[in-house]
Design a protein around this ligand. Structure first.
Ligand code: ATP
Ligand code: FE
Length: 442
């Protein structure tokens, strides 16, 4: 399989061509940070206009780098949600047009699932490199050195802060979610409060500033100490930082300003990462309990108890929000969460999403994973923030399970009328089930 992935859910227009053996054949991206800096956040109609201006050239560039024409592809994968509808629409229209023109199947991709699954591509590619191989080999399977289901996954990005047990493609048990902001959003807001430049990302600029700072200088409150669950909250910490800035940060031109800003940034980052670590430590226990309960339920019934039990194994997948149900009329359209390829034991912690490109996040979660006997897997930084590779790869994972739409027929509609073969899903929950104790929000 060779799949083109298209991403336009927020402020990056991205495309990539990826082969099912894990080779990334071509990538292209157009960011919009400079456009949104003036608004203090992503401005939906400005973002949609920028996507519309960039989409043709980004897709053409990814194809050109891959040395491929649309007709050489096996399918087009596109992010259909969650995200800004005006923005998603640009990518989905382009994917529909390619599907029609070249007779390609379409794969509807969940943006957060793409963030999570690209770790499977990255880990297998790294293992193949270490072995001196070319591509990622059996990247989607339980390859040695790859990432196999089930795994614990912390998704930390601009719009999401989720801790999930990934049991299979389209099959995620929610352990924790944020009650307010996501950590990426908190990084962006603190960067703005400190008057930093927000390009390419506020979070990356804040991390760079924090490198020269003392993380112990300002005592900020670690969130949610009285909530013994796996949920997150960053609003209180953000307020703490604001008050600290008002109290401590001298005006522009003051000789100590830079150092104090760095100390505030480092103190914020340290407490935020402590919060992540505390929740993940508890989540490891919850995930192990959930797997043990699943195993004992499996051994009570006629289930095979692990192994490759795709499709029919999703008994726990009772929610009506199963993200696999998007494939309404494709082959396997009624196949709910599947692709489980691991037995019960938890072996890996995956951290993904834009904030996972942060070195302090990687280091401290790596230490925690090692203590708990887990391997930490984090995609390379360019695949942590939004990119086309993750969408193409998620497309490949879904194609393998039959979760795609057939090629669109030539258009036979009235002018101005458009058939919605793939619906946009701006609010699409990732999780199919929630652990007891997790809040209802996703
Ligand atoms: P979502 O994936 O939830 O829809 P998004 O797509 O906007 O949101 P991503 O592109 O995954 O988010 O990640 C961008 C976020 O990651 C931004 O909030 C950015 O500040 C943050 N980020 C990027 N690099 C770093 C870094 N080095 N340290 C901390 N945060 C970072
Ligand atoms: Fe994202």
């Amino acid at each position: 399989l060779v799949v083109l992935g298209i991403e336009s859910s927020c402020d990056d227009t991205a495309a990539a061509v990826v082969a099912s053996d894990g080779r990334v054949l071509g990538e292209a991206i157009a960011g919009q940070a400079a456009i949104h800096a003036a608004f203090g956040g992503v401005h939906p109609s400005a973002a949609a206009a920028a996507h519309a201006a960039a989409i043709e050239s980004v897709v053409a560039e990814a194809l050109a780098r891959a040395g491929a024409a649309a007709g050489d592809l096996s399918a087009v994968a596109v992010t259909v949600g969650p995200g800004l509808s005006l923005c998603l629409d640009v990518g989905v229209r382009k994917a529909r047009a390619l599907s029609r023109e070249a007779g390609l199947p379409l794969v509807a991709v969940h943006h957060m699932e793409a963030h999570a699954l690209v770790a499977r591509l990255a880990a297998a590619a790294a293992a193949a490199d270490a072995a001196g191989g070319g591509g990622a080999g059996a990247a989607g399977a339980a390859a040695p050195g790859g990432v196999a289901f089930p795994f614990l996954c912390l998704l930390v990005s601009g719009g999401h802060n989720l801790l999930v047990l990934a049991r299979g493609v389209g099959d995620y048990l929610q352990l924790g979610s944020t009650l307010d902001d996501a950590l990426g959003e908190a990084y962006d807001k603190v960067a703005r409060m400190l008057g930093l430049k927000l390009e390419p990302h506020g979070g990356a600029v804040l991390e760079a500033l924090a490198r020269g700072g003392d993380p112990g200088r300002y005592a900020l409150p670690v969130p949610m100490q009285r909530h013994p669950n796996c949920d997150f909250s960053f609003a209180g910490l953000k307020t703490g930082v604001r008050l600290c800035i008002e109290r401590e940060l001298p005006p522009e031109g003051h000789p100590d300003r830079e150092q104090i800003a760095a100390d505030i940034a480092a103190s914020f980052q340290s407490v935020a990462v402590t919060h992540l670590c505390q929740r993940v430590r508890r989540g490891i226990g919850w995930a192990r309990d959930a797997l043990a309960a699943q195993d004992s339920a499996g051994s009570d019934s006629s289930s095979s108890g692990g192994g490759s039990d795709a499709g029919g194994s999703s008994s726990g997948n009772s929610s009506n929000s199963s993200n696999s149900s998007s494939s309404s009329n494709g082959r396997g359209g009624d196949c709910s969460g599947s692709g489980r390829d691991g037995s019960g034991a938890l072996r890996q912690l995956v951290v993904a999403g834009g904030v996972a490109s942060n070195a302090v996040v990687r280091q401290r979660l790596g230490e925690l994973a090692a203590e708990a006997g887990l391997e930490l897997v984090v995609p390379p930084p360019r695949w942590c923030t939004d990119n086309g590779v993750m969408v193409a790869w998620a497309g490949i994972e879904r194609m393998r399970l039959g979760l795609f739409e057939p090629a669109l027929p030539p258009l036979q509609l009235e002018p101005g009328q458009e058939q919605e073969w793939i619906d946009l899903r701006p609010r699409w929950p990732l999780t199919t089930e929630k652990a007891a104790g997790s809040t209802p929000r996703v």
